[in-house]
Design a protein around this ligand. Sequence first.
Ligand SMILES: Nc1nc2c(ncn2[C@@H]2O[C@H](COP(=O)(O)OP(=O)(O)OP(=O)(O)O)[C@@H](O)[C@H]2O)c(=O)[nH]1
Ligand SMILES: [Mg+2]
Length: 210
Amino acid sequence: MVGVLRNFELNDPDVGHLRCLLHGPVGAGKSSFINSVNNVFQGRITSGALVAAASGTSFTKTYKTHYIKNGNARLPFAFNDVMGLEAQENGMQPKDLINALKGHLPEGYKLFHSIISSTGIPQVVVMTMPDKACVLVDSDVKRIYTSKAIKEKMQTCSNELGVPMNCMLPVKNYHEEEMLDDDMDIRILNAMTQIMNFANDYIWDLQQHA
Ligand SMILES: Nc1nc2c(ncn2[C@@H]2O[C@H](COP(=O)(O)OP(=O)(O)OP(=O)(O)O)[C@@H](O)[C@H]2O)c(=O)[nH]1
Ligand SMILES: [Mg+2]
């Protein structure tokens, strides 16, 4: 599966790269997801996106683009890591979120301020920490897809956020492991494949209506 993504081609190469914004609650595992994806592509544990030692207030405080290294080149894909959506004044604000989605925030931008708006940009939900939601998954990550507890969480999340079930992507992040694990990698790659395909399709569709 990693080979398929290594050779991933954009529908329109002029686009340069697809951009994925990770937003969500403080300490949800956004930065850890970036590291998890990087780990799979690098074949080793990496720590490019700094992760909180213990959650409390936002750990990631500035807007940063993370490219995924693919051999000596770059995958045509970037993650933007932002701080969590906290209470109004301290956290990521909706206007910043929209600008970040459009790729309009400069590197190092301090994530505050706001107004609300909406876009048709595709969304998926990367459901992190399944090991905390289900003891079976904690002991064997392969259980992610068969665990009743995880299915229920996915269903609840899908209903509450209005995101379809096939856009709910349960992933256990690398967070304490010292070595890579094939079963974790498969699920991380599965999530990445969905994200990249959705983004690629979206750009293609936009261009048809341009
Ligand atoms: N058990 C478990 N812990 C995880 C998982 N993903 C992340 N963590 C831990 O959760 C904590 C928060 O992770 P971060 O990646 O810093 O979270 P974040 O969403 O980037 O947080 P902010 O930058 O503060 O918004 C860290 O201590 C991680 O090690 C997971 O899948 N399972
Ligand atoms: Mg973070």
